[in-house]
Design a protein around this ligand. Structure first.
Ligand code: PMP
Length: 313
């Protein structure tokens, strides 16, 4: 993986190798921090890099910080401006990933009162392609781990420490030979993937768990719900999902900034529907990839251009 050349660190853009923290950093010890994962898409025709839904990602980032009682002193616009500057300095002419992180920067042992912590924001960007190898043919299992509960570490905040839960889920699924796992909440209902939101199709209706089932409130989730309704005329329902409904689904797919839209075609060695990517997942992928790359005029407000326009649309 190519490394970034620059990072925003302690209030300024510095060479990446200078963005270093102490081993005593509280955020590192206790997992107290929050992050975002944002994609920028290269549009070859316009020679332009578009950040997808930057404002919404930074809103969730600021909300995650708010859950931690962190006051950052940045607006979404400030964070977008830093990101623009970083991306321009890097000059990526390919798809890229943006990683904003806020962490408890105190260098002392035992400070765990959130109001006593000093948050520090860092951002860096790097080139990034696909996330899962088989985006059209994902084989999943159900994790034996539970999703973290809202009253333990809220899944709706993208909190660093919560990703130990993700790591347990992902590790066991891939060690057992699956591509990914769906994780259940304490009530035994479907929550989400290790780092993706979950959708299935039953009787032609797209169903996804509600935000009260311990999910991260995904930006891609919100995006595909709108695209399914507006562009494909498909009904989308948010409701609790039982495990065995997934075995009987006609189609299923994951969404997320990293995974984008990935068709799930098998669950625990059982085919989902006919066992190949279905028409809803396939149609949605086509629309989604045009939208994120800035090729759909109707959704251009989601595409933040980074470079000076050199070519007409
Ligand atoms: N759930 C979890 C646990 C995640 O880490 C992610 C990735 N950020 C998602 C869902 C998808 O969210 P988004 O579409 O905002 O990337």
């Amino acid at each position: 993986m190519p490394l970034p050349k620059y990072a925003y660190f302690e209030g300024e853009i510095v060479p990446f190798e200078d963005a270093k923290i102490s081993v005593m950093t509280s955020g590192l010890h206790y997992g107290i921090g929050a992050f975002a994962g944002v994609r920028a898409y290269w549009n070859e025709d316009e020679e332009q890099l578009f950040v997808f839904r930057a404002y919404d990602h930074f809103t969730r980032f600021l909300n995650s910080a708010k859950l931690l009682s962190f006051e950052l002193g940045f607006s979404q616009e400030d964070l977008i401006e830093i990101t623009r500057e970083l991306l321009r300095k890097e000059g990526w002419r390919e798809d890229a990933y943006i990683r904003p992180l806020v962490y408890a920067a105190n260098e002392s042992i035992g400070i765990l009162r959130l109001q006593d912590l000093t948050p520090e924001v860092t951002i860096f960007t790097l080139p990034f392609g696909g996330y899962v190898p088989n985006e059209e043919n994902t084989h999943i299992t159900f994790s034996s781990w539970h999703r973290i509960d809202d009253n333990a570490i809220p899944a709706r905040g993208k909190i660093t420490g919560a990703y130990a839960n993700t790591a347990f889920i992902k590790t066991d699924a891939t060690r057992a030979g699956f591509d990914e796992a769906v994780v259940l909440n304490r009530n035994g209902h479907v929550s989400e993937g290790s780092g993706e939101n979950f959708f299935m199709v039953r009787d032609g209706v797209v169903v996804t768990p509600p935000v009260t089932d311990n999910i991260l409130e995904g930006i891609t989730r919100r995006t595909v719900m709108e695209l399914l309704r507006e562009e494909m005329g498909v009904e989308v329902v948010e409701r609790t999902i039982d495990r065995t409904e997934v075995y009987l689904a006609e189609e299923a797919f994951f969404t997320g900034s990293a995974v984008q839209v990935a068709a799930i075609t098998r669950v625990d060695h059982r085919p989902i529907g006919s066992g190949v990517m279905g028409p809803i997942a396939s149609g949605l992928r086509d629309i989604f990839f045009a939208v994120v790359r800035g090729k759909n005029e109707k959704y251009r407000h989601w595409n933040t251009p980074i470079y000076e326009a050199v070519k007409a649309k």
